[in-house]
Ligand binder design. Structure first.
Ligand code: PAF
Length: 281
């Protein structure tokens, strides 16, 4: 992989990289499309990274479909698919990790303590292997997107991180490989995430600026669906993820909810109309 990238770079061809864990859906394909738009060559990787799963999480059962993925990537026009083995990434004696100090102490990092360390470490390795000019990340994993941007800045990776918007099903459910865990009934309950975010946006537009009030409304919507368990609902600063009590600037509303045994995440940027904010002084 490194030799191929060296060759492309020598030929002055730009490389966009899209790291994935496979079981690809339209959301992933939108990242590939973005890559094809901005660079000459698109490299996708598929690697289910054991280091980002906790001991009681779904590493063993994480959905996999390499054949199907390769077909989709070929159809999309992706140039190279990098499929490392676990031994390629973590050979015997491997001992180096990348860990961020602050960003992981929020949102998903609190209930998934090894998650961002696993992600930052594997993505650094993949960056050094693929040597891209650009790397594309979906904003459904908003915290991951921030973690990677911070890591690239802190460690001077010469890579431009490009964010891509959430892709949703027609009814609003954010696309995720983990949606495949849901039975039809749970699939309906999973809509509670998007509905609560949408409702939050509407409450904000109606003039409410108090985060706790909006969060309580969102929680009530989710709790009205059976078989749901809220991990967190937060309204926070979209750069450093610290809680915002009053929404006086665009804010990230992010949530994680278990539907049955499946943990789902979603988010939305809440933007109050500035003129109504100004008229409130
Ligand atoms: O977003 C994902 O699929 C993974 O976290 C990533 C970035 C491929 C790292 O394993």
């Amino acid at each position: 992989m490194q030799r191929y990238s060296d060759l492309m770079r020598k030929e002055r061809r730009s490389i966009a990289f899209v790291p994935t864990m496979g079981f690809l859906h339209e959301g992933h394909l939108s990242l590939m499309k973005k890559g094809l738009e901005i660079a000459d060559i698109v490299v996708a990787s598929i690697f289910v990274n054991p280091a980002q799963f906790g001991p009681s999480e779904d590493f063993g059962s994480y959905p996999r479909n390499i054949e199907g993925d390769l077909k989709l990537l070929k159809k999309e026009g992706v140039d190279i698919v990098f499929l490392p083995s676990e031994k390629d990434i973590y050979p015997d004696g491997f001992q180096t990790c990348v860990e961020l100090k602050n960003l992981p102490n929020h949102l998903c990092g609190l209930s998934r303590p090894v998650f961002f360390k696993g992600i930052a470490s594997v993505v650094s390795k993949l960056f050094n292997i693929v040597k891209p000019h650009y790397a594309v990340f979906g904003k459904k994993d908003y915290q991951q997107f921030l973690v990677i941007k911070q890591m690239v800045k802190d460690l001077n990776f010469d890579i431009e991180i490009v964010g891509a918007p959430i892709v949703r099903e027609k009814d609003g459910l954010a696309m995720s490989s983990r949606n495949s865990y849901l039975n039809p009934e749970q699939r309906r309950h999973a809509l509670s995430l998007y509905r609560s975010l949408k409702m939050a946006g509407e409450i904000l537009q109606s003039g409410e600026r108090n985060s706790s009030k909006i969060i309580n409304e969102a929680a009530a919507i989710i709790k009205s669906y059976p078989d749901t368990e809220i991990d967190y609902i937060k309204i926070c600063d979209q750069e450093n993820l610290s809680d915002m009590e009053i929404i006086d600037r665009p804010a990230l509303m992010a949530l994680a909810v278990k539907v049955g045994k499946t943990r789902l995440i979603d988010n939305m940027i809440l933007t109050a109309q500035m003129d109504s904010l100004m008229s409130e002084g």
